[in-house]
Write a protein that binds this ligand. Structure first.
Ligand code: X8Z
Ligand code: ZN
Length: 601
């Protein structure tokens, strides 16, 4: 016994002297991960606090403070990733092996180890997000900010105006927000790639694609497979909407068989079209209700909008939001300071300091977005008992799908329960209802896909800076079938006018979410005992559905996502059959409408 000990001791001492690593033990790996988790937890809280203040009070100072806190978090993570390499080849129990893997995947922005470069990168990141937050749409030639529109005003014009000239002016003005970011973005890509390479990825896009419990190339193929499944539905919707818009705006504005001009679809990015529903509504089965009108007529204020959202989640048996949520959230756009209005949900201390930041307006769009944001919050709280490295959704598509799943339960029957409607309307006349949903959910799919098709190629270098804008529009035309309403050039940088590019938020998550939410909804509707067609099912008040949902949410990221999917749905593949089933009656109707009309562009 004594001898064996001595031999081992000598071996360790020699290994330490010559610098050659003895293989570390499982216990050392455990201790390393415990410390890593504690450190990441502290630094992430600090970075969140700084980011919160930056986003809700944009100034030069908050920008620098947020950048610095983010730099500390990223540098520490990169250092931990590098240290974790010494456990390569150690046979770890599954939980520790998963933590090791997730540590290496935990960044969405990697920074080079040179502190000057990591400082430059985090400063650029903070500056781009702030520039977006401060963005204004100014009419051509105007520089007086008082004559320009902020993002909420721009959103309203895009949703409500039916004058092509006015829409064009606002569209052009907002897209000008991107141009000054071009140089920064180019440098951002170089530095971020350098950081990604240092921790073992080919580039940032490869790093992002590695987060799905499968080889990155296989993930890219999965995404293509899903798109192929839903594409026929998108093509039918596109053809129908184009022909109706052509009736409205005339042959000079909307081509018979080409892409639709991107400013006519009710949204700055043409990413969801529900705001122009009335222009394409079926003539005999129009909308049974207009939620925006109802909310306005009831003088629903921002907090009340959030209360409606919370009430849905508590009806499932989930605990109410903490008091601090109501005290610390930002619900309305402040009059006297710049904020990032793009909606987001936070868990500042990774326990239950839950908040949303959103410039809420009483519209249907925001009513749904509130449910989306609260979905993040309820998910965040459900996994807060997991170890730090597992405090995330099964994959990022799950996080984005959660609240949308709940919002699919905002059915006419549910609106009757809220006292918003007298009667739920006749289910035999649901084409309008389905078309309206499709204008949101189906219209979004190609947009959700193309953003990262562009970014993946930008990060890999396949798209060089001198082709940033051209390729952006090639992809928008290829996938969405939309065209810029005025000529664009490389002096523009239109990707910068979409929040997630300057804010560096990966986007494939939303594409996945738009498929997953229908899969979730179908499973939960069954759990709730709904026998109606899927679009008439609401899980409001179903404790059984709530339990099923909660069991999945509590898992956080502790298991590969197919297991979480299985816990909720019994299926272990992402699959478009639910979204196709949901819209099957509409598909049939659209194909009838499209008889003899051109499809595609
Ligand atoms: O960014 C969001 C959420 C916050 S995670 C409001 N969404 C995407 C977008 O607005 O572009 C939700 C749908 C897609
Ligand atoms: Zn979200």
């Amino acid at each position: 016994m004594g001898r064996r000990f001595r031999v081992a001791f000598i071996f360790v001492a020699v290994a330490a002297i010559v610098g050659c690593a003895r293989r570390p033990s499982v216990e050392e790996a455990r201790a390393f991960l415990d410390q890593a988790e504690a450190r990441l937890r502290a630094l992430s809280e600090e970075a969140s606090r700084a980011a919160w203040v930056q986003s809700t009070y944009i100034t030069d100072d908050t920008e620098i403070l947020a950048a610095k806190a983010n730099q500390r978090l990223i540098e520490a993570t990169v250092a931990l990733v590098k240290q974790s390499r010494r456990f390569d080849g150690v046979n770890l129990p599954p939980e520790l092996a998963r933590k090791m893997k997730l540590l290496r995947l935990s960044l969405t922005l990697a920074a080079p180890s040179d502190p000057k470069e990591s400082e430059e990168l985090t400063r650029i990141a903070a500056a781009m997000e702030a520039a977006y937050g401060k963005g204004r749409s100014c009419p051509e030639g105007v520089t007086d900010p008082a004559k320009c529109l902020d993002i909420n005003q721009v959103t309203r014009v895009m949703a409500e105006s039916r004058k092509p000239d006015e829409l064009l002016s606002v569209w052009r003005g907002w897209h000008a927000v991107g141009a000054p970011m071009r140089k920064d973005y180019q440098r951002f890509v170089d530095l971020a790639n350098k950081g990604a390479r240092e921790i073992g990825y080919a580039d940032m896009g490869a790093m992002w694609r590695s987060k799905y419990d499968m080889p990155p190339d296989e993930f890219a193929r999965e995404v293509d497979r899903l798109w192929d499944q839903v594409k026929p539905l998108y093509l039918s919707l596109h053809a129908y909407v184009r022909s109706r818009l052509r009736e409205k705006y005339g042959e000079k504005v909307v081509p018979a068989n080409g892409p639709i001009p991107a400013h006519l679809l009710g949204n700055m990015w043409a990413q969801s079209w529900e705001n122009v529903y009335e222009l394409v509504a079926p003539k005999d089965t129009g909308p049974a209700y207009d939620l925006t009108k109802i909310l306005k007529a009831r003088n629903t204020d921002a907090r009340q909008m959030a209360r409606y959202g919370e009430q849905f989640f508590t009806s499932l048996g989930l605990a109410p939001l903490p008091q601090t949520f109501w005290e610390r959230s930002l619900f309305t756009k402040p009059r006297d300071r710049e904020v990032v209005c793009h909606a987001s949900a936070w868990n500042v201390d990774n326990v239950e300091d839950l908040r949303i930041k959103m410039c809420i307006e009483p519209t249907e769009e925001d009513f749904i977005t509130i449910h989306h944001e609260l979905g993040h919050n309820f998910y965040q709280r459900a996994y807060n008992k997991q170890p730090m490295l597992f405090r995330d959704s099964a994959n990022d598509g799950f996080h984005e799908a959660l609240g949308d799943t709940i919002a699919l339960s905002i059915t006419p029957e549910y609106l009757v329960k809220l006292g918003f409607l007298d009667k739920p309307g006749d289910p035999a006349k649901d084409t309008g209802l389905l078309l309206r949903r499709a204008m949101d959910k189906i219209a979004f799919l190609p947009f959700g896909l193309l953003i990262d098709q562009w970014r993946w190629k930008v990060f890999s270098g396949e798209i060089p800076p001198e082709k940033y804008n051209q390729t952006w529009w090639e992809l928008r035309t290829k996938y969405q079938g939309v065209a810029p309403p005025v000529a664009r050039s490389e002096s523009d940088f239109d990707p910068g006018a979409k929040y997630h590019i300057p804010a560096n938020v990966p986007y494939t998550r939303y594409f996945l979410a738009h498929v997953l939410q229908f899969q979730f909804h179908r499973a939960l509707a069954r759990e709730a005992g709904c026998k109606e067609p899927l679009h008439r099912c609401s899980i409001f008040g179903s404790k059984a559905a709530g339990q099923r949902l909660n069991a999945m949410m509590e898992m956080g990221m502790s298991r590969p996502w197919p297991e979480a999917l299985k816990a909720l749905t019994g299926e272990d593949r992402i699959d478009a059959s639910a979204i196709l089933e949901y819209f099957a009656p509409l598909m049939k109707w659209l194909d009838e409408q499209n008889q003899g009309k051109p499809v595609g562009w």
